[in-house]
Design a protein around this ligand. Structure first.
Ligand code: C2E
Ligand code: CA
Ligand code: CA
Length: 511
């Protein structure tokens, strides 16, 4: 089950870039789609106004011509006809004008009365009418009573068709006159398959222009009109894919690996013994972490501790090694000498709240004794904020029979106020000072001053990194109480450590 969970997680990690890319794409394309829809509406409204302005112009022209030509019924056709012809010639939207006088076809701009075929009965004819796409329409006119004289105009269908031509493939512009629907294809039955925007005419002739548009617009249309937007969204999607892949590989990848290592208990506790300087008696250990990776390589803490601290995994990682140490030493707990030091390194991440106190309690519970002294090593390299929480944390640790050691002393900020704020118990002199013993006078002076500070503050001092007899002798002579280093014992896995001569002697001698 563990294995399958791991497998699922790995598959999910592979899918993540796709998922984020698809998600980005979806948002982007939906945005374009909605924008196109909104634009479609705006565009259609604009189309309506364009059509209306043209048609109103034609209607106004019909109206003016009607007003002018109605008076021509007073004269004879011979005089009138050239005038009618001139009007038709100058107004391309009008194909012909027929005049009715005393309910009879009187005069036409054409050779024949074009309107004749549309009117059987001239008794009830409105004063002004027009013919468009073979349909007869009344023109609102003042005193539009059915009189003896009338004017009928045939409008150029092509002109209207041209006005009604859609501006986009996805549009359909309809002129609604009375109950007739006219599109660029002529009179059409009305089918409302589309989204529509209706706009009534602005002039005195009542009609409606209705632009229908296909929504959702087709991919082709979208690409044609929103190609730039599509390009940007596609580019963003690709960037998103590669960026997520990069994040997973470079950031969360290592996080994931470390997370898995902690879960699979691949972080191991290594033990380095600590010795009393005067008789080289083992007085405790420092626990150091090592990552046993799947290729059987051992990863050193300098590589993964910064990541663990950055990601907060330092907390479960420390819990893991504390548990390993406690459970491994538990069978020997009663045989351990009093105040046997077990040192753990913690980072400032542990000092954000008081949770670490519970980890320490759990440690003692696992170890099944309070005999051992838990030594908490806080490094001077990173500043731990002195506040109520940290003060309380260190106070509580002391009540739990834990001691605090200030690690790497001398290379950090040498913040002496720490010694009081956190009631530090031990100073650990950094190995960089130890390694320079005998090399130059300045290093010697610094080392001497550090040892002196410890003495003056009545703190016990540890020195780490002892590799030579000369270093060990020098430190012992200077009064450093505890020594640690490769000379005396290298870090080793805890299971090996408990088999060492040192440890076996320790548990038998304390019986
Ligand atoms: P540190 O706490 O100062 O630990 C002492 C380091 O010096 C260890 O390195 C140890 O292996 C090394 N050392 C001991 N004796 C000698 C010696 O004679 N010569 C030399 N050259 N080196 C010696 P390591 O194990 O690589 O750990 C490096 C640092 O990583 C530690 O420095 C500590 O700050 C951190 N670290 C290790 N384990 C943990 C952990 O579990 N939690 C936290 N927060 N930090 C850890
Ligand atoms: Ca340490
Ligand atoms: Ca150190």
């Amino acid at each position: 089950m563990e294995l399958s969970r791991k497998k699922n997680f790995a598959i999910l990690r592979k899918l993540y870039p796709f998922i984020t890319a698809i998600f980005t794409g979806l948002i982007g394309y939906t945005g374009i789609f909605l924008y196109a829809k909104y634009q479609g509406r705006a565009f259609s409204t604009q189309t309506n106004y364009m059509a209306i302005s043209h048609i109103d112009e034609i209607m106004a022209s019909i109206y003016t011509i009607a007003t002018t030509t109605l008076h021509l019924t007073d004269t004879d056709c011979k005089t009138t006809r050239p005038l009618l012809m001139a009007i038709v010639k100058n107004n391309p939207e009008i194909k012909s004008i027929d005049l009715i006088k005393n309910k009879q076809f009187f005069c036409s701009s054409d050779n024949q009365f074009v309107a004749k075929q549309y009117f059987n009965n001239l008794d009830r004819i409105p004063k002004v009418s027009y013919i468009l796409f073979n349909q007869v329409f009344d023109m609102p006119y003042p005193n539009n009573n059915k009189e003896n004289n009338a004017v009928i105009m045939v409008i150029d269908d092509q002109e209207i068709k041209h006005i009604l031509e859609p501006r986009l493939d996805t549009q359909l512009v309809t002129l609604k006159l009375d109950n007739t629907n006219i599109t660029y294809q002529g009179v059409t039955p009305y089918t409302k398959n589309y989204y529509t925007v209706k706009t009534p005419s602005l002039g005195q002739t009542p009609y409606i222009i209705e632009t229908s548009y296909i929504s959702p617009p087709t991919i082709g249309v979208l690409l044609f009109y929103y190609g730039k937007h599509f390009f940007i969204v596609t580019l963003l999607t690709i960037i998103c894919y590669f960026f997520t892949r990069w994040v997973i590989k470079n950031i969360s990848g290592s996080y994931y690996e470390l997370h898995m290592a902690i879960r699979d208990e691949k972080i191991k506790a290594y033990i380095q013994p600590l010795f009393r300087a005067e008789d080289y008696q083992i007085i405790g250990v420092e626990v150091l972490s090592r990552w046993h990776d799947s290729n059987s390589t051992i990863i050193m803490p300098d590589t993964f501790i910064p990541l663990a601290e950055k990601t907060g995994l330092i907390i479960p990682m420390t819990q893991l090694i504390m548990k390993e140490v406690a459970t491994t030493l538990a069978p020997y707990a009663k045989k351990l000498p009093d105040n046997f030091h077990i040192g753990f390194n913690i980072s400032c991440f542990h000092c954000k709240d008081l949770e670490f106190i519970n980890d320490c309690r759990r440690f003692f519970k696992h170890l099944r004794t309070n005999k051992a002294t838990l030594v908490i090593e806080v490094t001077e390299r990173e500043l731990i904020e002195v506040n109520e929480t940290t003060k309380l944390l260190f106070k509580e640790l002391h009540t739990l029979n834990a001691k605090i050691a200030l690690d790497d002393f001398g290379i950090g900020n040498s913040n002496l106020s720490y010694l009081y704020d956190f009631s530090i118990d031990y100073l650990k002199i950094d190995k960089s000072f130890v390694s320079r013993i005998g090399s130059d006078a300045l290093s010697k002076n610094i080392l001497d001053s550090i040892i002196e500070i410890a003495h003056n503050c009545k703190l016990e001092s540890f020195a780490e990194g002892i590799e030579t007899e000369e270093q060990a002798n020098y430190l012992r002579e200077k009064g450093v109480r505890f020594l640690q280093g490769y000379l005396l014992g290298k870090p080793m896995p805890i299971n090996e450590f408990i088999k060492t001569k040192h440890f076996q002697q320790l548990i038998t001698s304390s019986l």
